[in-house]
Ligand binder design. Structure first.
Ligand code: ADP
Ligand code: MG
Length: 572
């Protein structure tokens, strides 16, 4: 269905036409006619499906000259960015409807300025719930004549703890208003809200998420534990996207990763909810105008942000919720363009989680090997050939070449030296590639190792496969990530990759081995030969000697692959 088939004013149709919208998206076709009739609507659809226009067009259309100076429509959004974005888009719809005045109110910005703007006669207000409540309390925002209230990204607003504010706002607006709710998911809390505050709402849902997912090619990389940052640097160096988003699950991770990438010379910036508004606006603007190539963000900070021309999305962490995976990858492959999504996973558990995502989205996420230095160099070579073929040169450059020729350096030799310097500069900060690989059986890849000490040993009737199995279970790492296992009478040492030590200590405490609660500590390095108090083997009871007597003091079980069934059989 096309916009011009709707009963809209010429002013609005003209604005929509100028935006290049012709066909309505599914959610628009289903909800706009109902909203124009004044019905309450519950709309369920994902990011990137055009919800702003779905509620924005009817909202703008509902304003007439009689509404000057009276707030008639209130839109609540979870974040300042979304409020600004919705406000901007509504302003575009209102371009030729001169009576429409929209205004955005959100936290972290000057109250005075917002009060001033509201006083200038806004009839559509877009805001975050907290700041809207502030304005209501100060009586700088009067909602007594409100006709329509719209909750955009309602699930996210509840996730962010805005429930009380939202309910208070809903009880403070006229009862005979229109209530519209859009949400990507419909948890029970949302349904409770609609039951309490909507009148005979019509449910509108779009069938599937295929729309977003289909145009996005999806890959994953298996990365050794603790090596995701290095892997990401390699990927960014290899693909050099002009515009990419990287998703992390925590604000701390966003900060850390941003710092690392900036240090490595990438044009990267972070975005999360703890940042000041002014910083966030700066970051968003520089990402939109492509000064910043890589935006690192949490799901909440990035929710609904609409930036065109994002080439790639990287999931540094797998999202905690499968739905988020779709939101994330929907940032690329927009508006009919194709995009690529890359997910980094470490360990068995994340591989399981990834398989669950695959099932959820009904699409394949293909494994890809991490690029190595040779791959990156050959990609750089192509880029340089392309760049130089289309570049131009200054006069001074020829002067330099002439001078060089006079001291015996040919133009070809000079060019080769310059190219070498540039290649070196561009690959200098790349991480040590080998360390991105797991410890291999037998020959080690050169990665540094340390030992951990576990307070369980032969006297507890423990075997190496019990220990390895428990470590693999606790860490989600592969058996290949662990090295030599030395079992002593009262304790055991296990060789582990040094880079993973913190992760292993954290995830292996507490841990149970064969029913015993154990403690895993960093081994202090004292060789066991130095410890004379070791109980001599002959003092062991007969039955224990039989079990272990003919076994070497220690064995390497580094290629042990965990198998629950086998393990439990051995136990009995
Ligand atoms: P959502 O709120 O569902 O995440 P948005 O409202 O932000 O989605 O819309 C996503 C993008 O699609 C925006 O850039 C918007 O301008 C564009 N868009 C929306 N509706 C249409 C349409 N009917 N035709 C073309 N582009 C559209
Ligand atoms: Mg939106």
């Amino acid at each position: 269905m096309r916009f011009n088939e709707l009963d809209l004013s010429n002013e609005l149709l003209r604005a929509v036409d100028e935006l290049g919208f012709e066909e309505m998206t599914e959610i628009q076709a289903k909800s706009i006619p109902l909203l124009l009739e004044g019905r309450d609507v519950i709309g369920r659809s994902n990011t990137g499906t055009g919800k702003t226009a779905a509620f924005g067009i009817p909202a703008v259309e509902s304003i007439t000259d009689l509404d000057r100076g009276t707030v008639r429509v209130l839109v609540l959004c979870p974040t300042r960015e979304l409020a600004l974005q919705a406000n901007e888009e509504m302003r575009k719809f209102a371009k030729y409807k001169h009576g429409v005045k929209t205004s955005a109110v959100y936290g972290g910005a000057s109250m005075e300025k917002q009060i001033h703007e509201l006083k200038r006669g806004a009839n559509i207000v877009v805001g975050t719930p907290g700041r809207v409540m502030d304005h209501i309390r100060r009586k700088t925002l009067k909602l007594g004549e409100l006709r329509t209230i719209i909750l955009d990204e309602a699930d996210e607003m509840l996730n962010m703890g805005f429930r009380e504010d939202i309910e208070e706002i809903l009880t403070n607006v006229p009862e005979d208003r229109q209530t519209v709710l859009f949400s990507a998911t419909m948890p029970p809390e949302i349904l409770a809200l609609t039951e309490k505050y909507q009148r005979e709402p019509v449910q509108v849902a779009i069938k599937s998420t295929q729309r977003t997912v289909e145009s996005v090619e999806q890959f994953y990389f298996e990365v050794a534990m603790g090596r995701k940052t290095d892997a990401l640097k390699l990927l960014l160096a290899a693909y050099s996207p002009a515009s990419a988003m990287v998703f992390c699950n925590t604000k701390v991770m966003v900060d850390q990763l941003t710092e690392e990438l900036v240090k490595a010379g990438f044009r990267a910036a972070g975005l999360h909810g703890d940042m000041k508004q002014i910083q966030r606006t700066q970051v968003m603007n520089s990402f939109k105008n492509k000064t910043t190539a890589i935006l690192i963000a949490t799901d909440v900070a990035a929710r609904g942000i609409d930036v065109s021309g994002v080439d790639a999305v990287f999931n540094y962490d797998l999202p905690q919720d499968n739905e988020y995976y779709i939101h994330r990858i929907g940032r690329t492959g927009r508006a009919g363009k194709s995009g690529t999504a890359y997910t980094l996973i470490s360990g068995r558990r994340q591989l399981f989680d990834l398989k669950a995502v695959e099932k959820f989205i009904h699409a394949e996420i293909r494994e890809m090997p991490l690029p190595d230095k040779a791959d990156i160099l050959s990609l750089k070579k192509e880029t340089m050939i392309r760049d130089i073929s289309s570049a131009d040169a200054d006069h001074i450059a020829y002067d330099i070449l002439d001078r060089l020729a006079s001291v015996g350096v040919s133009a070809k030799e000079a060019a080769a030296r310059l190219l070498t310097a540039r290649l070196r500069a561009e690959t200098a900060s790349l991480p040590e590639l080998d360390s991105a690989r797991p410890l291999k059986k037998g020959k080690r890849s050169g990665a540094k190792t340390v030992k951990v000490d576990i307070n369980i040993g032969r006297s507890h009737r423990i075997a190496p496969n019990f220990i390895l199995g428990a470590l693999v279970d606790a860490t989600g790492m592969s058996g290949k990530d662990f090295g030599k296992i030395d079992i002593f009478d009262e304790h055991t040492t296990v060789e582990i990759p040094e880079a993973e030590k913190e992760y292993i200590l954290e995830s292996a405490n507490p841990m149970k081995i064969n029913g015993h609660k154990v403690e895993v500590k960093l081994w202090n390095g004292v060789s066991y030969k130095d410890k004379p108090q070791r109980r001599p083997e002959r003092n062991l009871p007969d039955r224990r000697r039989r079990a272990y007597g003919d076994r070497k003091k220690s064995e390497v079980f580094s290629d042990y692959i965990p198998d629950r069934k086998k393990r439990s059989k051995k136990r009995h």
